[in-house]
Ligand binder design. Sequence first.
Ligand code: GLV
Length: 315
Amino acid sequence: MKVVVTFPIPDVAKKMISKHAVLQCWESEEGMPLSVLIDWTTDADAILTTLTCPISSEVLMHASQLKIISTVSVGVDHIDVGAAVEHGVIIGHTPGVLTDSTADLTLALMLGVGRRVAEGDALIRSGAWSDGWKPNLLLGTDLTGATVGLIGLGPIGQAVAARLSGFGCRVIAWNRTVRSVQGIEFVDCDTLLSTADIVSLHIALTPETVGMIGQQELAMMQDGAMLINTARGALVDEAALVAEIKSGRLRAGLDVYTEEPLPLASELCELPGCVLLPHVGSATARTRRAMFELALANLFAGLQGRDLPARLGAN
Ligand code: GLV
């Protein structure tokens, strides 16, 4: 059996995999070129990968022996899931273990944007904080008592709602399939967009959800409202969002972008009305370890023909 790993992994993990299979591991921090991925996976039984390595239908077409793709991520939008199903390839991912870290970071963005944390930090570092406490310095908005609209009410959306209850927020939500969760009012998407002080995205990126927050949806949001995105950049029309932030009408806290890494030339980088993070929703040492361990468990289960602990579609 052969396992292809598309990113550098610790020696201990290499030893574990090598006990079960021939291992071919991409050792560079630079992404693996498509031609190498195709070449290495033509005779591979399994791929261990991350969300920065697209597994396209082209790759799957050449990988005739492939049985399992195990990704160290909950999101699977980098994998052509339809083509994987067609080729009989099962997919393992890492739901659950990153829920709390991602929900924590969502709150960090809500508070960071509302209380202008990055602007305050920049003010001090630039030497521009010259006259001490002032009554109107960096006035922001309270999270306490805000109406927060969650688009997507899966585990992460629900974990965000649980945290918001501590802030006395009114939580409203929309989900593709209706979900009844105590303390959360289920509303339609338009009502959510036009009512919330903060709109937060917790929905998977699929062909149906690409661009779901476009110019029209952003225009429905209240003056001064905030968009938080810790899900996927392509859910939002980024150019339309830039225009709304530029005009001063909306604010945003973003962890994800249509293009990653976000180019420095992006207008977002010039706008003080947003806080930008480099896709670190799950980036705590504990969570990343748990994700890697779950991905390895998925990989080994797949290689041994057992049920995956976290198979896409089974949870
Ligand atoms: C992170 O974005 C993930 O999908 O795990």
